[in-house]
Design a protein around this ligand. Structure first.
Ligand SMILES: Nc1ncnc2c1ncn2[C@@H]1O[C@H](COP(=O)(O)OP(=O)(O)OP(=O)(O)O)[C@@H](O)[C@H]1O
Ligand SMILES: O=P(O)(O)OC[C@H]1O[C@H](OP(=O)(O)OP(=O)(O)O)[C@H](O)[C@@H]1O
Length: 212
């Protein structure tokens, strides 16, 4: 038998949807894997091994070839700009990245402060707008920053809009629509092309049906 396909799966909010999509494509990868503390799960009957990774780290596992394939949000791919192939838009976990802040507050000062866990996306966006900014790097609860005067704007994920609403913030600009993507290590794509092509074909079929 050929070597197993290794898949870096994102723990957290994407996992269930990703596992469900895989299941519909014919790959049964334990929808309840998150309940266990095991980080590597083997599915020998399908010749697949999955590793449970932090969503932001999936690209690293795939770039270094520790995993052949991974599932990552487009936000992570835009932020990290790594050497992996993005082969399929899985159209799951939709959300978008936006600029937000306190209502009706123009960006007056020179180099306004932008709080974010996406420094590259934020810098690229404001550079394109011709605005010089200062990045305030944060890891979570980004919406706190404008409320307490730490930042003039945030660049963060919006999904339902509830977090902005409940904190009295408004959206100023949408930067990019986000869904999760299937990514592949370039060397794996050559060495395991049959297995990978088959998975991409099956997943594409499911995605097409879902979106029609
Ligand atoms: N409302 C949302 N907030 C954040 N990410 C979302 C949202 N909806 C979909 N996503 C997708 O989920 C991914 C993040 O998943 P998750 O929140 O589980 O990871 P995380 O940010 O590492 O979690 P943690 O809050 O534990 O640090 C993002 O990369 C994005 O593509
Ligand atoms: O538009 P909504 O549906 O409210 O979702 C958006 C919120 O969800 C995410 O935060 P998360 O729950 O990951 O917590 P965090 O602030 O600790 O990152 C994101 O950073 C926003 O704060």
């Amino acid at each position: 038998m050929s070597k197993p396909l290794t898949i870096a799966m994102p723990k957290g909010r994407i996992y269930e949807e990703a596992a469900e999509l895989m299941k519909r494509a014919g790959y049964y990868l334990a929808a309840d894997a998150e309940e266990s503390r095991k980080l590597i799960l083997e599915f020998p009957e399908q010749n697949i091994q999955i590793m449970m990774a932090k969503p932001m780290d999936v690209v690293t596992y795939v770039e270094y070839g520790a995993a052949d394939i991974g599932i990552a949000g487009k936000d992570v791919l835009l932020e990290q700009d790594r050497d992996v192939y993005e082969v399929l838009d899985l159209q799951i976990s939709p959300c978008y990245v936006a600029v937000a802040g306190l209502p009706d507050k123009p960006l007056g000062r020179i180099a306004p402060k932008i709080a974010t866990k996406y420094p590259k996306i934020a810098s690229d966006y404001f550079r394109e707008q011709g605005e010089q900014i200062e990045i305030i790097p944060l890891n979570g609860s980004i919406e706190l920053a404008p409320l307490i005067g730490l930042a003039d704007r945030i660049v963060d994920i919006v999904s339902s809009g509830r977090t902005l609403r409940e904190n009295g913030l408004m959206e100023y600009q949408k930067i990019a629509d986000i869904t999760s993507r299937l990514i592949v290590n370039p060397v794996s794509y050559r060495l395991k092309s049959n297995d990978i092509d088959e998975m991409v074909r099956k997943l594409s079929g499911v995605v097409e049906v879902e979106s029609s």
